[in-house]
Design a protein around this ligand. Structure first.
Ligand code: SME
Length: 160
């Protein structure tokens, strides 16, 4: 299937999930499941959330689909995850072996994207996706993943 058609179909499923998920946690679990199942190059899909009130701030592993990662708590000065949360910017790494910030989750990972989640303009967490394929996250992927992060941010904002 052409990647654009696959993404269009998936967007419909994500919008159905958005309407049907009773809680933000259900929505995050469903987003992980759908992205992992439908996007064949997304090998690990998960959320890291800032621990409320933690000083110094730390990201804590939340809903995820894929192999267990050794990185369940990530300070903001570590990893691509820390860099995305502290800058509030999406980070795409086409070749993780060339990025000194990278914290290895699996030896097979070749590329990664991390998209921050916002509630009322503040970063509250992020959506992290690893791929076993180099440069797996093109502009269509980025739009899709940012859309998922936006709907989760909206839902979290409602429940705050
Ligand atoms: N690779 C991430 C760590 C999280 S694992 O990929 C699940 C990083 O460099 O921050």
């Amino acid at each position: 299937m052409h990647v654009r058609t696959r993404i269009e179909d998936l967007r419909k499923e994500i919008s159905e999930l958005e309407g049907a998920a009773p809680t933000a946690k259900d929505l995050m679990e469903g987003v992980c499941r759908l992205l992992h199942e439908r996007m064949l190059k997304y090998s690990w899909v998960g959320f890291y959330m800032l621990e409320p009130g933690a000083q110094p701030p730390v990201l804590v592993l939340g809903a995820f689909v894929g192999a267990m990662t050794p990185h369940t708590r990530i300070p903001l000065n570590q990893g691509i995850c820390g860099a995305a949360a502290s800058s509030g910017k999406t980070i795409v790494v086409d070749d993780v072996s060339k990025d000194p910030r990278y914290l290895a989750c699996s030896l097979e990972t070749k590329s990664e994207i991390v998209v921050p989640l916002f509630v009322k303009g503040q970063v509250v967490g992020e959506l992290d996706i690893d791929s076993h394929f180099p440069a797996a996250f093109g502009s269509e992927d980025q739009k899709l993943i940012q859309h998922c992060a936006e709907i989760v941010g909206r839902r979290l904002e409602k429940s705050h």
